[in-house]
Design a protein around this ligand. Sequence first.
Ligand SMILES: C[S@@+](CC[C@H](N)C(=O)[O-])C[C@H]1O[C@@H](n2cnc3c(N)ncnc32)[C@H](O)[C@@H]1O
Length: 243
Amino acid sequence: MSNEIKVRQYENRKEYIDIQVERSRKKFGMCKVFMRDILRYRELLAWDYSREAGNQRLRSAWKPRRILCLGVRSGAENDLFRAGFFGPLLRSQTIARLAAAQDNTKYAHDKLKLARRYSLGAGHYADGRVMGVEINPDAERPDIFIGSFDELPADWSGQFDLIFTNSFDHSMDPAKTVAEWKRVAAPGAYVIVGFAMDQEQSDHDPTTGLTFEGLSELWQAPVVFASETFNRNGYHEVCFRLP
Ligand SMILES: C[S@@+](CC[C@H](N)C(=O)[O-])C[C@H]1O[C@@H](n2cnc3c(N)ncnc32)[C@H](O)[C@@H]1O
């Protein structure tokens, strides 16, 4: 593992889980994912997909079959991803711009309302196309697997062609976490990691020292895009394309 990445040690797994759940409960009403960024991911991934395939016409047609969001708290980001990637309304540039402009708070409740407004025709939220993973049992809903993102269900192998997280700094074992996410990724999947480069270590943020280089070393995959400035929440971002 990259020697820049540091991981806090816990007494045992239970201590780690208890701390994560307690922290998640305190901040349960918040969501740091924004529609503006999801729509940007959609454009960048469609562009990359069509370029890789050598066929520009695939650009407007590309959609992931299944999306996985890891460390989702109450799950509002599931709803935003569903609307952004599967909602016909947000295929219109004008409506997409409006939705992005309207998503301007970090309150999960507001994001749920926004996502509901724009997800007409996006399918049912329990259809399995967008799944979340959350360690806090309070997050229970049909599209959220309650458990740790480094121990995902056995039958998820090779299932997801878009994986998103802004919770990688909560991993207690980055190498194990990456191996698990690679297991559930479909061939050619995209993985987007949002992170804070200057994150201070705390009991609930055990993984620090994340950098573009350190993450690249962990993922060992080509970078599709990387950004220090684009993210609406102020996170750095890197996106990998798996083989
Ligand atoms: C920084 S919050 C991010 C929440 C959400 N993605 C957002 O943007 O608001 C991290 C979330 O990841 C969850 N989490 C931490 N460790 C986890 C693990 N090992 N497996 C699944 N979820 C975890 C926490 O409970 C918390 O809800």
